[in-house]
Design a binder for this molecule. Sequence first.
Ligand code: MLT
Length: 419
Amino acid sequence: LTVDGKSFQFPTVEGSEHEKAIDISNLRDHTGYVTLDKGYKNTGATQSAITFLDGEQGILRYRGYSIEELAAKASFLEVAYLLIYGELPTNEQYTTFENAIRRHTLVNEDMRKIFEGFPVNAHPMGVLSSLVSAMSTFYPDSYDDKAEDKTDLHIIRLLAKLPTMATWSYKKSQGHPVNYPKNTLDYIPNFLHMMFALPVEEYTVDPVVADALNVLLILHADHEQNCSTSTVRLVGSSRANIYSSVSAGINALWGPLHGGANQEVIEMLEDIRNDGGDVAKYVEMAKNAKQTGFRLFGFGHRVYKNFDPRAKIIKKAADDVLSKLGVNDPVLEIAKGLEEAALNDDYFIQRKLYPNVDFYSGIIYRALGIPTNMFTVMFAIGRLPGWIAQWLEMRAQKEPIGRPRQIYTGSTMREFVPM
Ligand code: MLT
């Protein structure tokens, strides 16, 4: 079938029920080469008005606003408000939103008891997703489908409590007691206080660290239908509550092919450094991955055929932050060396393998004092507003329950012979 000069293939059998079900008037609901197939009802594609992404041009916009501009001028909570409610807040709306979040940063002490049961070496992502899921049991009206008027309060609770719970794992790993939130502080300084303040010392938040974190969280705040976001929508499409849906998103993000990639990147850079830092050798190994088994993490992206626009901003931020903090991290030089070698190599150029958002973010997190196993947790804190916005949109659009299409490839009929 050809629409606007473009060819589309429909997975239909001529004359089948499915073919008859396709409404020809909807054929304009297509973007690029992906067809929104309403005949299959919310299976492989969805409409969304939250994040615009042009992989050819390397453009990323939240609700129409350029991500570069937001990262340079806005606060993370402003961006969260924009994603969730669709508009940038007025001063008054911002104050109300921020104050509501401040009021809900404390986490129920019984949730702490659940947390205490986790082993000291538990991965913080497993802990975080469990605690977010447990929130539904503490706020049972979250799974009462008729209590939709409470949704806004659940959103505020999630935004307020996620950073608090996120710091618990780190504190435990250090053998330190957890810090209660200090609600005179803004969102990011409060998180830093809960992470790094020690009982006997006065802790002052370094504005360089807070600003860098603000940029990183904004850059991660949404990225349209990736693995974790579509998980949140899919789980939510069964009318599962927001805590369960976001918890599922956290689990999806944990994987090394998704949010866990920046942890893999830093571990890879460390391995290269420990092996003498020979960048050219590793570029060759990446080109011969089948033989060497070496995979270059943080390169290439399913959507960006140019540069990931976030990677450019993060690379510059890495330079700025490390120099402002006076941190000399040798892996930054290795990362830059890898990027340069790869960008001048035909193998990478032809395959359009450019550094992505995960390539430099870990280096900044490390300079800020955030340990490697917390990198994905930082991603989750950043992505939370996006997940919430996508969950709300999915409900507002009254999308039917998700049901991915399956093409059966197994045996058609086998005879059961009892043992
Ligand atoms: C993201 O930010 O979610 C990642 O780039 C993953 C993706 O786009 O699939």
